[in-house]
Design a protein around this ligand. Structure first.
Ligand code: CP
Ligand code: NVA
Length: 310
């Protein structure tokens, strides 16, 4: 079954073969672009990019990616769309589907993205919701594959807030057979439904999923240490309370030295130095955060070409 015409709302909806196809095409597009070879796989096609939250990487990598594939992208700030004045999502979806070949959306509510996808008969790509960030997590595991050579049997330790990133990393590790240990405070655990979905996939792939409260337990034997901000976009609760609960989940050199000696450190960015990650670790030789950021371009080009291509 190919990905053509499908949506990408959650990694849980993908098969292992889909993920392998995305990674293989991303590798080809990345390698060949560096050799000066262009692939206009989306010539004449258009992607609408609806943003209800800020973005640097997602916006620029999708826009540049569309251009490199021979198509074009439209930046649509939701405050400037009629959706920002109350036009129903289901109407916006059906209108945009008459003009565009694909939609990428970054918003708060995951249900809104599902509704958009239900009513738009063109591919819809989730560019981050409060619940998930699938394009980032796929890129992250592609980056791990690049630097470790394999995913199955490797171990990721996710440290900090049980947020959209943690949820999508759980989904993605479970699909590809990578072990994942998630260390969060009790107050900021990952989503229970996502854990159930990930565990169902893990039973197939052989991935071991562990949810703990001790960051040192999580990083034991880890090949990858991953963290993300302590307050995501739109997070309403008081930062003093969050910081207090999350303080012992900082990724610092002491924690990193408790993982495998060749462990890499990852962060989806933007990062807050000396909060969830120390400046020292962020700038260390073990940090691959900018490789991750670069790979957003290559992996999303593969995703768009597979969903929206001929
Ligand atoms: N990692 C990520 O999605 O970055 P932006 O918020 O800058 O798009
Ligand atoms: N968890 C972060 C990720 C940003 C890319 C947020 O949602 O703000």
């Amino acid at each position: 079954m190919s990905l053509r015409g499908k949506d990408l709302l959650s990694v849980h909806d993908l098969s292992l073969a889909d993920i392998e196809d995305i990674f293989a095409l991303a590798k080809q597009l990345k390698t060949e672009r560096k050799q000066g070879i262009e692939h206009h796989l989306l010539k004449g096609k258009t992607l609408g990019m609806i943003f209800q939250k800020s973005s640097t990487r997602t916006r620029v990598s999708f826009e540049v990616g569309m251009w490199q594939l021979g198509g074009m992208a439209l930046f649509l700030n939701s405050n400037d769309l009629q959706i920002g004045r109350g036009e129903p999502v289901k109407d916006t979806a059906r209108v945009l589907a008459r003009y565009l070949d694909g939609i990428m959306i970054r918003t708060y509510s995951h249900a809104e993205v599902k509704e958009l996808a239900e009513y738009a008969n063109i591919p819809v790509i989730n560019g981050l919701t409060d619940l998930m960030h699938p394009c980032q997590a796929l890129t992250d595991l592609y980056t791990v594959l690049e630097c470790k050579g394999e995913l199955k049997g490797r171990k990721m330790a996710y440290i900090g807030d049980g947020n959209n990133m943690a949820n999508s990393l759980l989904h993605t590790c479970a699909k590809v057979g990578m072990h994942i240990s998630v260390a969060t405070p009790h107050e900021y655990k990952v989503n229970e439904d996502i854990v159930k979905e990930a565990k169902a996939d893990a039973a197939q792939s052989g991935s071991v999923i562990e949810l703990v409260n001790d960051p040192y337990l999580a990083v034991k034997d880890a090949d990858v240490i991953y963290t993300d901000v302590w307050a995501s976009m739109g997070e309403k609760s008081k930062w003093q309370v969050r910081w207090q609960a999350l303080a012992r989940f900082q990724v610092n050199s002491e924690l990193v030295s408790a993982a495998k000696s060749d462990a890499v450190v990852m962060h989806c960015l933007p990062a807050h130095r000396d909060e969830e990650i120390t400046a020292e670790v962020m700038e260390s030789a073990q940090s691959i955060v900018f490789d991750q950021a670069e790979n957003r371009l290559h992996v999303q080009k593969a995703i768009m070409a597979l969903l929206m291509g001929a």
